[in-house]
Design a protein around this ligand. Structure first.
Ligand code: NDP
Ligand code: 8X3
Length: 251
């Protein structure tokens, strides 16, 4: 029987690359995001390979999240794999001049949004006594860098939630694991720098950053291990990166 994977943040970057990878490997898809035009394109393309259902909600809206998940058609309602991927950094400012709206966005999306989606799906996994939750953290979940303050805090929270979920769901046979990428070339920096594409491009220049397909590959590897194997925590960086601040740039 085809497995169903539920991916948040599927309109771009790691989430989109994962949707493509899972479609090519015969998984049914439930894809979530806010950008309707992008979602329609992805649905049209991937529906040629597998059944695809899309949900357009903002993960900050707990009512929309709960209603969207409750509205899944029967053929998509048994979620085997949840990929908690939606998220971004907003700004890169020292704590003393940080923008309060940026702080709200990171905490509300990266932490509370992940919780709302998980809370709506976990009871179904418990009922099935099976499931796999992949939480996309970051190297920012493992270390803090200058001006990364609130983004790093939000990703440290994802790391803590990943561990907490694994403990609480252990008795139900549900797999829970975190994947923590370093620098991946996606729409991430464009969002962080509020559409300043020159600044965003510079983040990925002078070295070979990870590509979203690299992370999608790893996610696929993690979920396709035999069921008794749970990859609990995985950190992956470009070869040119040693830490959040040490990058072998050849500029
Ligand atoms: P992108 O900006 O390319 O993608 C972000 C995705 O999240 C989009 O599909 C976006 O969809 C979705 N999203 C953002 N905010 C919301 C929201 N409020 N409600 C619903 N969906 C939302 O970035 P990445 O692919 O890089 O980011 C994916 C994850 O990977 C994030 O959690 C990020 O923190 C993490 N990560 C990224 C790294 C990198 O270097 N790129 C490294 C480590 C971790 P839409 O706008 O349509 O809603
Ligand atoms: C994204 C990678 O280094 O910008 O999580 O925090 S970084």
């Amino acid at each position: 029987m085809m497995k169903t994977v539920f991916i948040t943040g599927a309109t771009s970057g790691i989430g989109k690359a994962s949707a493509i990878a899972f479609a090519k490997n015969g998984y049914k898809l439930v894809l979530c995001g806010r950008r309707e035009d992008r979602m329609a394109e992805i649905q049209e393309e991937l529906s040629k390979l597998v059944p695809v259902h899309t949900l357009l909600f903002d993960v900050r809206d707990k009512v929309a999240v709960a209603e969207g998940i409750a509205s899944l058609p029967t053929e998509f309602a048994k979620i085997d794999i949840l990929i908690n991927n939606a998220g971004n950094a907003h700004g890169l400012d020292p704590i003393q001049t940080g923008n309060l709206d940026d702080w709200d966005a990171m905490i509300d999306i990266n932490v509370k949004g992940l919780l709302y989606v998980s809370r709506a799906i976990i009871p179904m996994m418990i009922e099935n006594r099976a499931g796999h939750i992949i939480n996309i953290g970051s190297t920012a979940a493992k270390e803090v860098y200058p001006n990364g303050n609130v983004y790093c805090a939000s990703k440290h929270a994802v790391d803590a939630l990943n561990q907490g979920m694994r403990m609480d769901l252990n008795q139900y046979g549900i797999r829970v694991g975190g994947i923590h990428p370093g620098l991946v070339e996606t729409g991430f920096s464009e969002v962080r720098f509020k559409g300043d594409s020159d600044r965003a491009e510079k983040v990925y220049q002078g070295y070979s950053p990870l590509q979203p397909e690299d992370i999608a590959d790893i996610i696929l590897f993690v979920v396709s291990r035999p069921y008794h194997v749970n990859i609990a925590d995985l950190v992956v960086m470009p070869t040119d990166q040693a830490s959040s601040t040490i990058i072998n740039k050849k500029l």
